[in-house]
Write a protein that binds this ligand. Structure first.
Ligand SMILES: [Zn+2]
Ligand SMILES: [Zn+2]
Length: 109
């Protein structure tokens, strides 16, 4: 059983490594790109912009009043004739981003 040479063992090892590398390639690629970003001083979350789109208003800067309550708009329509002309929209400035549409990146700020 001395026929198994060191080179064969090494060949088997290399083959296993190559197989592992193939399987892990996407993960390694993602890891490298992430580490490249951080090495370049870029934030993984915002890419160095230090700002991300506000999650509450989706970057619009204003939110529809009562939108969080679901069917509230039906109730709103019912009372609409009373406010006709006075309240053209029910949009209110977003309180989370102060109607900027952007919030500070939680990762790098
Ligand atoms: Zn907002
Ligand atoms: Zn960031």
């Amino acid at each position: 059983m001395d026929n198994i040479s060191a080179s064969e063992i090494a060949g088997f090892g290399v083959g296993t490594l190559l197989l592992c590398a193939t399987i892990a390639a996407p993960k390694v690629d993602a890891f490298i790109s992430a580490s490249q970003r951080s090495s370049l001083g870029m934030c993984k979350r915002c890419g160095g912009l230090r700002m991300i789109a506000c999650s509450q208003c989706k970057g619009v800067g204003s939110v529809r009043q009562g939108a969080a309550l679901g069917g509230f708009s039906m109730f709103d329509d019912f009372f609409q004739p009373l406010d006709d002309g006075n309240v053209p929209t029910s949009l209110t400035p977003c309180s989370k981003c102060e109607s900027k549409g952007r919030v500070r990146c939680p990762v790098c700020s």
